[in-house]
Write a protein of this length. Structure first.
Lengths: 505, 505
């Protein structure tokens, strides 16, 4: 299933043997930094999958000590010198650019600020968890105020051109700006609501049948192996909150959660994480240097996870191949269920209160609500104490419904409690990029649907190798879009895609 | 099942609140060092249990980079200063003593030597593996010569009083000397051979029946949980070569290997590793400072693993409690097998060629062979090229039999291939200590056998808490023996124990 794209003259980098000394020296430094940070990544993965409960406190200290040690090396004069040498030798070199960005982000925050943020996040997380359980926003309020204060300071330390929000959003999606994102969400609001109005009464009764865990795990592994996830360079384990971790070179780990009476949880969760995982694995498979072997941001990463999960994984042609196999593994749960019934139920869409349970169609509106509120808070237009009221007003604006209480409203997400402002829009950027890429890929691969019907993913992966993976983070998400589509980030392909999938009732 | 021994005035250390500033500062430094080295330990554990195959090379680099980073901190001027401060404030303090020993061992080897040794070990391991598979000693010979040369240099760098061997053996067992060990092995040779002559024709047919893996795992977990291994502060996983790893505070991990047609492999392997594990867990459970919370050497560690595996785990009273439960889990494999049959088969003893498959009785003789040879090689009395002949002569001296080929002789063990000379005697020291401790513990706990019959291990663990665990590495193995028995290291209790267990045929 693997495809190797040779490092051609149009690649973004030269192999070690042809690269300059300045390249090789920087690559070696970054390689060691990544080898060390692999131990920290592993400690994080293990904390969420294997660590015995009493080991939590010590693991927290280990992660803190590793972080401080890594910070020293990310801000060392030697690193600075190696980057400068490459900047001098090869102006605008993408390897130097990425390293410089990392160095600058690490050096701009004084260690006092880093420590204050870590403390506020830790306390904020605890208070948020308590507030959510008690459905009582005021428990979280003082922590949110503190986190906002520190995050605003952080934005000032990083610097920005037009508005403070951009400094933080840029951490997750380089070069993306609130002024570009706002119209994107606006352009999604009307068509999404129009499509939601068209949806039939939701019926997911098949998916709620009894799907035994052993079969779910076996089927999930079979699907992602065939899609291209390499289990010789990765793992799949269980956890409460699924994630994908690039633990080290040739070591990419997915996690998932099995619900015996809700098939989509593990099934689409596993495909989603495998989308992240195949992206990470590609850097090693294609031999990228350590200086380039990362995704440029969360939007690009989500374009892969949400692309494989939704664009591919919920499509009818995909299930033409897989549904007979699902029937073999689960003869009872699939009894009397046609392929059409199944495909219809995995594509159920409706207005709902909770983002993490939302379907593909309504998902972006949840982010629209959050983006407007965090932008207003960051720029000083909304006080933390007024957030619950603003949340409900926003929800009404985007969905036409109001949450019954804060637990199902403003308190539902973890992000703000750990000081992550500017993160939310990357989910929708992922959907936008995925739809833009799929339109081009379908032109390049006119037999796209037939490939899915045959369970053949190698040509699709090869397309991503060529256009995305082999470049690592040599370009930003926006630059990738420009290179691939010949135009700017554009919401129209996503709208067309959603109309195609959800407009045919 | 847990027992807490308060830090009484007779303990080897004071709690933080009552300790001096010099103690607290040193403890904090060592705590952070251990928190960081926890990430390296985890990476090692993961390498042998979870790591995807293609990730091996990068993991090797990660371990190397972590090791170099930790070496810097183990040899830092700051560490030296903190130790000196405590040495000045509290002469002969055991916390300063342990830290000074670690600092000295780390600083005495120049980094060139460390690198040369790492390279020779890595190449040596590969060559040994190849040589063993081909049953061809000459493949390994040049590597062994190089490893001997470097190890002799290492001994000179560390320094010693009477013979070179001692400098290396001291790494594994502080204060123990070849001149003390030689008579210990000699004293075991005659009684062991006499007892071996008494043994009936071996019959292990019951143990070779079909023991399903799931049952073995369930039963093993039940046994060690009841013995006192805390699964909230530890794990049990599968691996090829079983081990116990103290990954971090409240995080002790055991591994085992299941053989469906050889029950003792996982059963006694799991109990053995749990013996190591309960020792490690005790330091955290009893709240020892980081400066003391380790075993003082391999002999003490083996006294626990071999003590729980053999002295307790192969005794008849132990199986009076557990055999009915084993029958429940394995009704077919135990059909028609009496308790006496079972106990007899798990205590089968015979002369054999391979150490790792040897029984409790003959085990020490295997170490006797190795000790004499490595001592002679280290001290310059035996050349590497003459080793196979010397091995066969030695085996004849100790067992009266000769291996058919080097694969079942000189090439069977991994230790020398990684430059570990001076390690082997610690297995027998573990047996000697375990027998000495058991004699005293049985006097203190006259109902010892009844406790085992009732499956009650808490009083036994409490005895070890009081006499061993709560002192960490404040004393050496030899000092522990002196404190507990009132006398020196003595092979007589082990001989009495072996006569009791193997002399009644």
């Amino acid at each position: 299933m693997t495809t190797t794209v040779p490092a051609s003259s149009s690649a973004s980098w030269l192999p070690d043997a042809e690269a300059t000394d300045a390249h090789r020296a920087l690559r070696e430094y970054v390689r060691e930094l990544r080898d060390l940070s692999s131990a920290a990544s592993l400690a994080g993965w293990d904390q969420q999958t294997k660590l015995p409960p009493k080991g939590q406190a010590a693991r927290g200290r280990t992660l803190g000590a590793m972080s401080a040690m890594l910070h020293e090396r990310r801000t060392s004069p030697e690193f600075d010198r190696l980057i400068s040498a490459l900047e001098d030798a090869a102006p605008n070199d993408p390897e130097a650019r990425g390293a410089r960005r990392g160095f600058d982000l690490s050096t701009k925050l004084p260690s006092d600020h880093v420590r204050a943020m870590a403390e506020a996040s830790s306390a904020g997380y605890g208070a948020w968890d308590q507030a959510r359980n008690a459905d009582e926003f005021t428990i979280f309020l003082p922590h949110l105020e503190r986190l906002l204060e520190l995050s605003r300071e952080q934005a000032e330390l990083y610097g920005y051109e037009s508005e403070r929000y951009d400094a933080l959003h840029d951490l997750y999606e380089e070069g993306s700006r609130a002024a570009d994102i706002a119209p994107m969400f606006e352009a999604l609001r009307e068509p999404t609501n129009r499509l939601l109005d068209l949806q039939p009464e939701p019926d997911t009764s098949i998916l709620e049948r009894s799907w035994h865990k052993e079969g779910q795990e076996r089927f999930g592994r079979e699907v992602i192996t065939r899609m291209g996830f390499d289990f010789d360079a990765g793992r799949l384990d269980e956890t409460v909150h699924p994630f994908c971790s690039g633990v080290g070179q040739f070591d990419t780990r997915l996690t998932t959660r099995y619900e015996e009476h809700w098939l989509p949880c593990a099934l689409f969760g596993t495909i989603h994480e495998a989308g992240h995982g195949m992206y990470e694995q590609a850097f090693d498979r294609l031999g990228l240097p350590a200086t380039l072997g990362s995704a440029p941001g969360l939007g690009m990463h989500e374009s892969q996870s949400r692309g494989f999960e939704n664009v591919i994984g919920r499509s009818r042609p995909f299930w033409e191949f897989w549904y007979p196999r699902l029937q073999e593994v689960f003869p009872e749960a699939t009894a009397g269920v046609s392929l059409d019934d199944f495909v219809r139920q995995i594509n159920t869409a409706k207005r709902s209160l909770v983002r993490v349970e939302a379907d593909e169609l309504s998902y972006n509106l949840h982010l629209g609500v959050r983006f407007e509120l965090e932008r207003a808070m960051m720029n000083g237009d909304l006080a933390a104490k007024d957030l619950p009221e603003a949340w409900n007003a926003g929800f009404d604006k985007w969905f036409g419904i109001t949450p019954p209480s804060d637990k199902f409203g403003v308190l539902q997400d973890v992000h703000w409690s750990s000081g992550s402002f500017g993160y939310f829009p990357t989910y929708t950027l992922g959907n936008v990029y995925a739809a833009q890429f799929a339109e081009v890929a379908r032109l390049d691969l006119p037999n796209w649907d037939d490939l899915l019907r045959a369970g053949e993913y190698a040509p699709i992966l090869a397309w991503f190798d060529e256009h995305v993976y082999r470049h690592g983070d040599a370009f930003t998400g926006r630059e990738f879009v420009q290179r691939i589509t010949g135009g700017p980030v554009d919401v129209a392909p996503l709208v067309r895609y959603l109309e195609d999938r959800f407009g045919q009732h």
